[in-house]
Design a protein around this ligand. Structure first.
Ligand code: AQP
Length: 331
């Protein structure tokens, strides 16, 4: 809550080209909050460097992610759109919260375990304390609601624990945030390995549909998607491939599982995969067009970043000063 307005915060890492997982699990849901909430949507570049990035690519993707936010319907007049590293309060609060986060808690984070396994040559301290930075992102803005995919639920629980711990040690300081996890789209799986999450950093491009993929590419990726034995379009436990495609289709059309099953009764996997590809390409076509227009205008993107950083800094400063005073810093 900031003043008398409830707050929404969320972020996306510019750590690769954004996927339909990022879109369906998170970004697609963002715009709906703009009327009712004070919304902060951040490009979390400081999170991205927990894994090695090519600097020029990180810079390019930071602009692109901001352009994609807007292409997905986020109006910079109604939402604060900004880049994390432009607001130093995130790093400052993260340090303070590190001192209120337990080693054991961070050790239990499944994303840390997964990413340590994937990047065994670079298990850095930032990867370990990533969830504390995420807690700082959220708590700085007195956030009420955080729209995320289900993979981030554990990190959000930790943010809540840190907030409660601090509030109890001192006095109410932070709003304790709630996750907003959409029923459909909360976890889109890889098209080639449907037991693994679809991730923008997956080295296999066929596993992932990128928001900016061309129609032909989208159709081809869906046609090649791994499906299970059988041919019936039915949502059944153990049939990970077809369940994932049904989830994607459902999310894109707004239909229920039963409606999808009924629509494809008597039709095979081939027809269903084509339909998934078509609806996905049609949904993303206007996003791609708008992205191309926005991304060509660097000066405009920089003006949005600048205004966003100013607005976010103002809101963040209030919380940061409060925290410093409670800790006993001379302010
Ligand atoms: N497959 C997914 N299904 C549903 N939601 C997803 N999200 C990510 N993948 C899926 C949601 O997208 C938001 C932004 O994610 P992120 O950039 O913070 O990082 P992530 O969760 O680690 O996403 P990736 O794509 O897997 O990135 P890399 O490969 O860099 O680690 C979050 O709300 C997330 O839940």
């Amino acid at each position: 809550m900031l003043g008398d307005q409830k707050v929404v915060f969320s972020g996306v890492q510019p750590s690769g080209n954004l996927t339909i997982g990022n879109y369906l699990g998170a970004i697609k849901n963002f715009a709906a909050f703009s009327e009712e909430y004070r919304c902060f949507y951040c490009v979390v570049d400081m999170h991205a460097i927990t894994v090695r990035q090519v600097p020029a690519e990180l810079r390019r993707r930071t602009y692109e992610t901001l352009a994609l936010y807007m292409a997905c319907g986020l109006d910079p007049e109604k939402n604060t759109l900004f880049v994390q590293s432009h607001v130093p309060a995130h790093a400052e609060l993260a340090w303070m919260l590190n001192c209120y986060t337990m080693f054991g808690e961070l050790s239990r984070m499944t994303q840390f375990k997964d990413k340590s396994a994937k990047h065994a040559d670079n298990i850095n301290a930032g990867l370990f304390t990533y969830p504390t930075l995420m807690a700082a992102d959220i708590l700085l803005y007195q956030t009420d609601l955080v729209p995320v995919g289900i993979d981030q639920k554990q990190h959000l629980e930790l943010a809540r624990n840190i907030a409660n711990r601090f509030n109890q040690a001192y006095s109410p300081t932070f709003v304790v945030p709630e996750p907003y996890i959409a029923q459909s789209g909360m976890k889109i799986m890889s098209l080639t390995e449907p037991t693994a999450k679809m991730s923008k950093s997956d080295p296999n491009p066929n596993a992932v549909v990128y928001i900016l993929d061309e129609k032909d590419t989208i159709l081809r990726k869906f046609r090649r998607a791994v499906t299970d034995s059988g041919s019936e379009v039915k949502y059944e436990e153990g049939k990970d491939g077809i369940c994932n495609l049904i989830s994607i289709y459902r999310c894109l059309t707004g239909k229920s599982i039963e409606e999808v099953e009924r629509e494809f009764t008597g039709k095979g996997y081939g027809d269903f995969k084509n339909a998934c590809g078509e609806v996905c390409a049609d949904t993303l076509a206007p996003v791609r067009e708008e992205f191309a227009r926005l991304n060509a205008d660097k000066a405009y993107l920089e003006s949005v970043m600048k205004k966003g950083a100013e607005d976010a800094s103002r809101a963040a400063a209030r919380t940061l000063t409060k925290v410093k005073k409670k800790l006993g810093f001379v302010v």
